[in-house]
Design a protein around this ligand. Sequence first.
Ligand code: AP5
Length: 216
Amino acid sequence: MRIILLGPPGAGKGTQGELLQQKFQVPQIATGDMLRRAVREETRLGKEAQKYMQAGQLVPDEIIIGVVRERLAAPDCLQGYILDGFPRTVVQADALEQVLTALHTPLDAVVSIEVPEEELIRRLSGRWTCPQCEEIYHQERHPPRHPGVCDRCGTQLVQREDDRPETVKQRLAVYTEQTAPLKAYYRQRGLLREIDGLGSKEEVFRRICQAMGDIP
Ligand code: AP5
């Protein structure tokens, strides 16, 4: 099972990716999480990526393509994966297509989660995440059992630096300009499934599973 999750910041890609990973038992490859980990660990990649992420800009294609290419070659990707946050530009989509063609592993579906902008802003301003296990919470819709503490691993939750209102605005603009054109790219290839992302996370998950009903 090889799926791409597309959608603007806050659409619920991370949330749905986690549910899909549990259902299909394939890894969720979230480029944002990989980059944040590299920033925390102060690796060369992290130091390079940090300035773009803080500004709400995309990390340059040549950097992220190398990271994903390496990740897709890992043994746990043999049975498939959920790509969350990649590709984000046509250049990245073309690079992915080359890798998949070389490996004879076509995509099964590209799921685009559609959410209006006012709701995206509400979601991002209330989001808390676990820096350890990357579990995602929302202060009203999906609060942790104990305020500020991850249910899963007990780590203190944090708010992402790029969830500040001015950076969110920039990320939304970057999505519209650079990532939204990928919907046409994958529609042309007959892979696009557009999903209404409003409602509870369980409702959205049901819609995604229904939309992929033709996949064995
Ligand atoms: P990344 O981490 O991928 O951020 P993003 O795409 O902006 O997406 P988010 O993680 O903000 O949102 P999401 O859709 O996953 O929503 P979530 O499930 O958390 O990327 C960060 C940065 O890294 C980029 O800006 C860029 O700099 C860099 N980067 C990453 N990939 C790159 C690439 N390929 N190329 C170049 N640069 C790259 O949900 C959001 C909130 O809503 C949560 O609080 C959640 O609890 C809540 N929520 C979820 N579902 C629902 C629901 N159904 N109802 C109510 N609330 C909900």
